[in-house]
Design a protein around this ligand. Sequence first.
Ligand SMILES: *[C@@H]1O[C@H](CO)[C@@H](O)[C@H](O)[C@H]1NC(C)=O
Ligand SMILES: *[C@@H]1O[C@H](CO)[C@@H](O)[C@H](O)[C@H]1NC(C)=O
Ligand SMILES: *[C@@H]1O[C@H](CO)[C@@H](O)[C@H](O)[C@H]1NC(C)=O
Length: 282
Amino acid sequence: MVNVLSVVFPLYIYPTSCSPSASSPTCAWYPFFQAVQANPPVMFNFVINPNTGPGDLYTYPNTDWINVISYARSFNNTRLIGYVDSDPVKIQPSAYKPQIQTYKNWYNYTAKDIHMDGIFVDDMAYSSSTDSYYTTFANNIKSVWSTAPVANAPAPYIMMNPGSPISCSFYSNVNSLVTFEDYYSNLHNAPFLQSPYTNCPRYKQTIIIHDFNGTAVDQQQVCDDMGESYRVGNLFITDAIENDKLNINPYDKVPGMLQQFAGSVKATDSWITAHPQWYPDI
Ligand SMILES: *[C@@H]1O[C@H](CO)[C@@H](O)[C@H](O)[C@H]1NC(C)=O
Ligand SMILES: *[C@@H]1O[C@H](CO)[C@@H](O)[C@H](O)[C@H]1NC(C)=O
Ligand SMILES: *[C@@H]1O[C@H](CO)[C@@H](O)[C@H](O)[C@H]1NC(C)=O
């Protein structure tokens, strides 16, 4: 099977009005579920982030969260990864391991299926001096995942977010690395496309573009470039803006061209799937 492009939703939107039903158009996540439902061949990775982490330890999330998580689980083209923060100075295993265990314990909620498929590690500050911290972080996720309450759960999907490219040698620890989280205007000079990173595995890279100001046709072109030319694994495009001074973050809004984006990823994938011989992995 040829590798195709998947979507990631860094979904830092509280699931307002998603109780009693996440399938209601009033649910804040409804547009994201529409994108999933309309594009079944495309895999959608949802970053689940109740409170810069799972929220209260060793318990289940509230009804709003349970509803969106279980509804997201009802599709076959979703993968759910729980958010944890990192930062080698501040967050030690004694603090992040209980959060990972809390996500893992969601496996034994019985009223609905709210299990997580893996973990998203934000604020990765990678350097040669933090390599061992992050290798241990990934190993701790794997070890929590291999124990109770479901010892034989599938291996966790691990995505880490340095926001820019890092040494190719780290890739074996994870499933995906966010190697670009930046303004659309910076995409074409992006370091992930340049030396010394050109030979890092592309399929293990996630590209997150904000402040997108092109048309739907431009957006299709970006999907084609990322999937076909650069062969990356995951993509998110939003027109929402980032402004750190004004404390505006681009991940708490529904992208203006969300449905077109999801449809464009599907179109890119149809093309790749129809011509697998043209798209070897890089
Ligand atoms: C989900 O199931 C549908 C219908 O069987 C199928 O067309 C689609 O490819 C599946 N998607 C994934 C990501 O497995
Ligand atoms: C869920 O699993 C964890 C880990 O095995 C366990 O400590 C906890 O008591 C379980 N909770 C319920 C409600 O079963
Ligand atoms: C998008 O933004 C870039 C960088 O700010 C600018 O150069 C370009 O003209 C804008 N494009 C459109 C279509 O507005």
